[in-house]
Design a protein around this ligand. Structure first.
Ligand SMILES: Cc1cc2nc3c(=O)[nH]c(=O)nc-3n(C[C@H](O)[C@H](O)[C@H](O)COP(=O)(O)OP(=O)(O)OC[C@H]3O[C@@H](n4cnc5c(N)ncnc54)[C@H](O)[C@@H]3O)c2cc1C
Length: 242
C-alpha cells in the first residue's frame, strides 16, 4: 500500500476549487483538490490561511477545514459570506476550476484522541466548522466519547449542516444537539435568545477530569460563554478555543 503524503506548507500554495455546495442562504462549502494520495497534515480543529490580493493589498484569513481530517484527495472549507467582508467575499466569488492560495495547516484548538470521554461544543454561526470536523472524526472512528453540541444562530435558516445533525443524532445515541435561536420560528421547542448559564448547565457534560469543551463563535459570544462556563466550575484548561 502506498504511504499517504501529509501536506503542510509555510508558503501559500495554489489549490484547485473542484466543487461548491450551498449550505445556507449565505454559507457555502468549497471543495479543493489535493494531489493524488495526499491529505492535509492536521488534527481535527486545525486551520489553514487563505491568502489573496484584494485591491492591491495582500490579505489572509484563517479557516478551519470542515471535512473529515485524513480525507485523501480533497478538503472542504465552509465559509459564511459577509457583505462587508474581504476574504469571505473573495471566496464566494470563486468558480469551480479557480485556484486559491493557502498555507498551513496551523495548530488550532484541536482534538487529540483520548483527551476526554465527554466533550461539549458551544458554537455560534460559522464557529461550527472546527466542531463539525471534530464530531465527524469521533463518530467516524467510533471513539467511546459522548458528544454534546450547543449551537446558536440567528434564525433556523442559518443553521449550518442541519440535516447532518438531525441524521447523526438518529444514528449515534452518543450525540446530543441543542439549538438556540435569536429569532425562533413559531412553535420552536429548543432554546431562544442568548446561550445562558441555564442552557449550558442543562446541555453540556458536567465539569470533571474526563470533560473537555470546545468553544468557537463571534467574540462577544465567546467572551460571555467563557465567563458563564467558569462560573459553572469548568477549569480554564478544560475549555479549548480555536
Ligand atoms: C481559527 C479561525 C478559524 C476560522 N474558520 C472559519 C471558517 O471555517 N469559516 C468561516 O466562515 N469563518 C471562519 N473564521 C473567520 C474568518 O477567518 C474571517 O474572519 C471571516 O471569513 C471574515 O473575513 P472577511 O475578510 O470576509 O471579513 P473582514 O474584512 O475581516 O471583516 C469585515 C466585516 O465583516 C464582519 N465580520 C467579519 N468576521 C465576522 C465574524 N466572525 N462575526 C461577525 N461579523 C464578522 C464585520 O462586520 C467586519 O467588520 C475563522 C476564524 C478563526 C480565528
Amino acid at each position: 500500500m502506498k504511504a499517504v503524503i501529509r501536506i503542510k506548507t509555510e508558503t501559500p500554495s495554489p489549490y484547485e476549487l473542484t466543487a461548491i455546495r450551498a449550505e445556507t442562504h449565505d454559507t457555502k462549502t468549497f471543495r479543493f483538490r489535493l494531489p493524488d494520495g495526499a491529505t492535509l497534515d492536521m488534527l481535527p480543529g486545525d486551520f489553514l490561511f487563505v491568502h489573496a490580493t484584494i485591491d492591491g493589498k495582500a490579505v489572509k484569513r484563517p479557516y478551519t477545514p470542515s471535512s473529515l481530517p485524513d480525507t485523501v484527495g480533497s478538503f472542504d472549507l465552509t465559509v459564511k459570506r459577509y457583505d462587508s467582508g474581504t476574504v469571505s467575499k473573495y471566496l464566494h466569488d470563486r468558480k469551480v476550476g479557480d485556484h486559491v492560495l493557502m498555507s498551513g495547516p496551523r495548530a488550532g484548538g484541536h482534538w487529540v484522541d483520548g483527551m476526554a470521554k465527554r466533550v461539549g461544543f458551544v458554537a455560534g454561526g460559522t464557529g461550527i466548522t472546527p466542531m463539525v470536523s471534530i464530531i465527524r472524526w469521533i463518530l467516524a472512528k467510533g471513539l467511546d466519547v459522548d458528544l454534546f453540541l450547543v449551537y446558536s444562530n440567528k434564525t433556523e435558516r442559518d443553521i449550518i449542516f442541519r440535516e447532518e445533525w438531525d441524521r447523526a443524532m438518529r444514528d449515534h445515541p452518543s450525540l446530543h444537539c441543542f439549538h438556540v435561536l435569536d429569532e425562533p420560528p413559531p412553535g420552536w421547542s429548543q432554546g431562544t435568545g442568548r446561550i445562558t448559564e441555564d442552557v449550558l448547565r442543562a446541555h453540556l457534560p458536567p465539569p470533571g477530569p474526563e470533560t473537555k469543551l470546545f468553544l468557537c463563535g463571534p467574540p462577544p459570544m465567546v467572551g460571555a460563554v467563557s465567563a458563564a462556563l467558569k462560573g459553572l466550575g469548568y477549569t480554564e484548561d478544560s475549555i479549548i478555543l480555536p
